[in-house]
Ligand binder design. Sequence first.
Ligand code: MN3
Length: 200
Amino acid sequence: MAFELPLLPYGYDALEPYIDAQTMQIHHDKHHAAYVEKLNKALEAYPDLAGRPIEDLLKDLESVPEDARTAVRNHGGGHYNHSLFWKVMGPKGGEPGGELGKEIEKVFGSFAEFKKQFSEAAGTVFGSGWAWLVKDSAGKLAIVKTPNQDSPISQGQVPLLGIDVWEHAYYLKYQNRRPEYVEAWWNVVNWEQVESNFSA
Ligand code: MN3
């Protein structure tokens, strides 16, 4: 058993002009692929762990032997986070509806206010990391940030939506202008997937 790079659920150019095809290709085929490869390498000596879902390992990092734990946290986190990232994006964009739409209004006041707070979080991640909309352990919506490839799933939270703010996610098109990338990214959020993550 080994972890596998999932297929991108759309073409490299599907998120143009907001996210360029070259960035998508390198991000998926090189960066994500490297996380999978290094995760598999780290678990070569632990075939029983390599057969478990990555969610299980990240939810309980303490159960991973110490000599593989950092690799699972970093590369396993990278694999899990990116697998979610590809799915919560799509060419359609729009706004959240259904129960999630209502809950966002209830917790943040409005979708616009949620967007503002989430964008602020994404803009203020120091260095490489992620901003997330999660369901916290009490089931309440919250915006959180994680450094590196740490995943909210390791903190008892359920990640619903995440934005990768590592420079590799935007540098070719936006260079140092992370806020422009974040603003453009809202056009490619796949809210149907985020809603389904919320109701799961
Ligand atoms: Mn990335």
